[in-house]
Design a protein around this ligand. Structure first.
Ligand code: MF3
Ligand code: CO
Length: 251
């Protein structure tokens, strides 16, 4: 396993990649409404990214056929957008997007409500987001990688939710997926010691019910095994000599 430590200059490029991605997600959030298809959202996202002169990094990645992963309700991640798939009032929709700017990737995800959603769904979305913020309290030079995993687990588990274990966060940089893997659940080991210049995509995926997931026949879409709702929240994070820097956060 080799973790790539980025220089100040490389971090500056990743800051720009992150800023552009957060703008993309903010734009897409504004397009969400009952009646829009996930295929249309993907199309709008691809155009937005390309119009900035960037490359949508998911498109054709390991054969993935779209630019934005769009996962509705019990879909956890990697949902495939379609013009036939129409969002309706009460749905929750996860948008996961990545782009390349000057050779560097940024990667981020959010779960948004469609119209008016249930109290249960709102809480799931909030807890998943907060799990990320609990985790990054340990995204600091000198902490161990799995301090992040444990903090997410300790925050989420009391809610009775299932933390997805089959998919994890990851290093990110010149490649979409770099070492190390970043699990969202407690590990027995401590993991590597974090250093300034490491860049991680930290991404809790949380289900209201069981942690177990299944893959659909499209070979991509991951769904909860019990059909319960799932939420996702992800940012690209740089380890600094102080506070973690959230490269893809809304500004
Ligand atoms: N954000 C996803 C991840 O972290 C990437 C989507 S996989 C793709 O790992 F194939 F759709 F690109
Ligand atoms: Co990711």
């Amino acid at each position: 396993m080799s973790v790539v430590v980025k220089s100040k200059h490389e971090i500056a490029l990743m800051e720009e990649a992150g800023k552009r991605l957060s703008e993309t997600l903010q734009y897409l959030k504004e397009q969400i409404r009952p009646g829009i298809s996930t295929g249309e959202l993907d199309h709008l996202g691809r155009k937005y990214i390309e119009n900035m002169g960037c490359v949508p990094s998911f498109l054709h990645y390991n054969g993935y056929p779209a630019s934005i992963c769009i996962s509705v309700n019990d879909e956890v991640v990697h949902g495939i957008p379609s013009r036939e798939k129409i969002l309706k009032d009460g749905d929750i929709v996860s948008l996961d997007a990545g782009l390349i700017y000057e050779g560097f990737h940024s990667d981020a995800a959010r779960t948004y409500p469609v119209g008016v959603i249930s109290k249960e769904a709102r809480q799931l979305i909030e807890v998943t987001k907060q799990a990320f913020f609990e985790g990054i309290k340990y995204a600091r030079a000198g902490c161990h990688l799995y301090d992040i995993s444990a903090a997410i687990d300790d925050y989420v588990t009391p809610f009775g939710y299932g933390i997805v274990e089959d998919l994890v966060g990851h290093g990110v940089g010149r490649n979409l997926h770099e070492d190390p893997q970043v699990p969202n659940f407690r590990q027995r080991r401590k993991g590597i010691r974090l250093q300034e210049g490491m860049t991680l995509a930290i991404e809790p995926m949380i289900n209201i019910g069981t942690c177990e997931v299944e893959w659909l026949d499209d070979d991509w879409t991951v769904v909860t095994a019990d059909g319960s709702l799932s939420a996702h929240y992800e940012n690209t994070v740089a380890i600094t000599d102080g506070e973690p820097e959230l490269l893809t956060i809304e500004r």
